[in-house]
Design a protein around this ligand. Sequence first.
Ligand SMILES: NC(=O)c1ccc[n+]([C@@H]2O[C@H](COP(=O)([O-])OP(=O)(O)OC[C@H]3O[C@@H](n4cnc5c(N)ncnc54)[C@H](O)[C@@H]3O)[C@@H](O)[C@H]2O)c1
Length: 251
Amino acid sequence: MVSYFPDTPYAIAVVGAASGIGHAAARFLADQGVHVGCLDADAKGNAATAASLPAGRAIAHAVDVTDASTIAPALDAVERAFGRLDGLVNCAGITGITNRKAHEVDLDDFDRVYRINLRGAMALSVAVLPRLLARNYGRLLHVASIAGKEGNAGMAAYSATKAGLIGLVKSMAKDYATTGVTINGLAPAVIRTPMVAALPEAQVTYMTDKIPMRRCGTLDEVAALIAWIVSPACSFTTGFTFDLSGGRATY
Ligand SMILES: NC(=O)c1ccc[n+]([C@@H]2O[C@H](COP(=O)([O-])OP(=O)(O)OC[C@H]3O[C@@H](n4cnc5c(N)ncnc54)[C@H](O)[C@@H]3O)[C@@H](O)[C@H]2O)c1
């Protein structure tokens, strides 16, 4: 396996590590020798992820990105366990209700999606950036979505919050471009995770039909790209939202 972290041990917090893309990223990073802080609102799934990683390489700590007061204690726990914090990968996200036209959107559901996907990302950034800036090095990656680049029909809240997240990444990156801290996004198309399994079949068909490669992305593909983006090897890119869409978005 190619090593993206030559002089480990780095320590990286993975938010949303209990499931899907976050789980795969935590595993890939741990296999690279990185110390991983598994953070999630799902305590049981999160503990299971940490326990499945090589001994001594991971801790689990609760975090709810909608409650900013839970974030600093979680980052403290990662720093205490591993003596440093080199970056954060934010994979916490929800789709909310989908397969609905915009005029049918439930505003309470819209708020719920916003509080996790966009406000939660802001809260994580506010908490982690001073820690990275203090060391003049850091990698912050927010997992957005192809829906934020292109807009998926039937997914107004999800598309809008992911587009907002891409804008947030562009803006924050410029604030810190000279500091050694990079801030990037990632826009996957469809990856088969529990989130996708819970969507209405019509919504999944709509999304997968738009992928020129005619297949979904794999968890290995997304985890490898995440690991590279938060490694020291990815050093001249900030404010960018990487594509992982089988050709759907080529910008
Ligand atoms: N799977 C895909 O096809 C796909 C495509 C594009 C983007 N994404 C994005 O990738 C990210 C991960 O998605 P996934 O498919 O792995 O989903 P998933 O549902 O498998 O995992 C999401 C994780 O986020 C956690 N989470 C939810 N709310 C939280 C909160 N308030 N605080 C802390 N943790 C919380 C969940 O407990 C879960 O472990 C999401 O942001 C999603 O929007 C996924």
